[in-house]
Design a protein around this ligand. Structure first.
Ligand code: BDR
Ligand code: CA
Length: 308
């Protein structure tokens, strides 16, 4: 069983990542922290709370964190995720509140309490993680693993140079990559292969309430679904890596985050030639998409049976 602490900004694909974690018998979510990202912090937190109940995550603590980037003006992605952050999905409103306290304290305290046991997964801008690293640098030793959806060595999506989570807070991303751990980087290079095609959507449709309320309306609002392509469920790749790293090919690299560029801020400059330098990242370079969907849909199926 792998224990996950998920820092996220739900977000359609964050929601689909949480659903994967909730449905897998091999993963246990021990905490969810939220960050302002795709939509503002109040929304990402409300969505995480609604998802906790809808996905039957029990008493898993949901703790809000940073509302915006360390230094930059706010960048949102509501044009992709809709004004609520969850596309056309409308979840029952949460009945239980968020935890008191701040995500950064929750991250530090949770990792300190169980050194070597918890995998930290980040699927939003890295503001909370950077603040946690600054507050307590030993979290890089305490985390069993650290996995992000973010960056790319080939291209951006928010602009030609930068992926959204990196662009939203480049200084935070830079702190996190330079913190002394090996960041497992699931970037656009692989996440753009995790596409909700017509075939995938057809496999989701029979999954009862889970499909009707979340999977189908969220995925369909997120981009055009066709036989050949469709919206990428980027963030689910980070949880899938925690579940089964063999779904991906990964290559050690030195990754630096551009913070000074006029047109390139947030670019993850990735050097696969180490030149005797220690790698600070393991960068995913390919994904077995067929097996990925088998794993994801099996977990969704299991969750769907539980939800009825
Ligand atoms: C990332 O940006 C967000 O819009 C998604 O939730 C994902 O985390 C993809 O670039
Ligand atoms: Ca996200």
């Amino acid at each position: 069983m792998t224990k996950l602490l998920i820092d996220c900004d739900p977000g359609i694909d964050d929601a689909l990542a949480l659903a994967l974690a909730a449905g897998s018998p091999y993963l246990e979510v021990v905490g969810v922290t939220t960050v302002g990202g795709n939509v503002d912090l109040a929304r990402t937190t409300a969505n995480a709370l609604a998802l906790r109940e809808f996905l039957d995550l029990g008493d898993v603590p949901v703790t809000p964190g940073a509302a915006g980037a360390l230094l930059r003006k706010t960048v949102r992605a509501a044009h992709v995720h809709g004004s609520t952050g969850l596309g056309d999905a409308v979840l029952p409103p949460p009945t239980r509140p968020a935890c008191e306290g701040h995500a950064v304290d929750f991250i530090v305290n949770t990792l300190r309490a169980s050194p070597g046991e918890i995998t930290l997964v980040a699927t939003g801008p890295l503001t909370n993680i950077a603040l946690a690293v600054r507050r307590e640098p030993r979290i890089v030793e305490w985390a069993r693993d650290f996995v992000i959806m973010g960056g790319s060595y080939t291209r951006g999506n928010h602009n030609p140079a930068a992926e959204f989570n990196m662009l939203a807070d480049p200084e935070a991303a830079s702190i996190v990559f330079d913190a002394g751990w090996t960041v497992k980087m699931l970037g656009l290079d692989v996440t753009l292969k995790a596409l909700v095609t017509t075939e995938v959507l057809d496999r989701m449709r029979p999954l009862g309430r889970l499909a009707d309320v979340l999977l189908v309306p969220a995925a369909s609002a997120y981009g055009m679904v066709t036989a050949e392509g469709g919206p990428a469920i980027h963030d689910a790749c980070a949880v899938a890596y925690a579940l089964d790293p063999s779904l991906f090919t990964c290559v050690p690299a030195v990754v630096r985050v551009e913070t000074a560029g006029l047109y390139t801020s947030g670019m993850t400059v990735t050097d696969f030639k180490l030149h005797d330098r220690p790698a600070n990242a393991l960068v995913a370079t390919s994904l077995e998409a067929g097996r990925f969907w088998d794993v994801v849909l099996e977990a969704y199926g299991r969750l769907a049976r539980r939800l009825g």
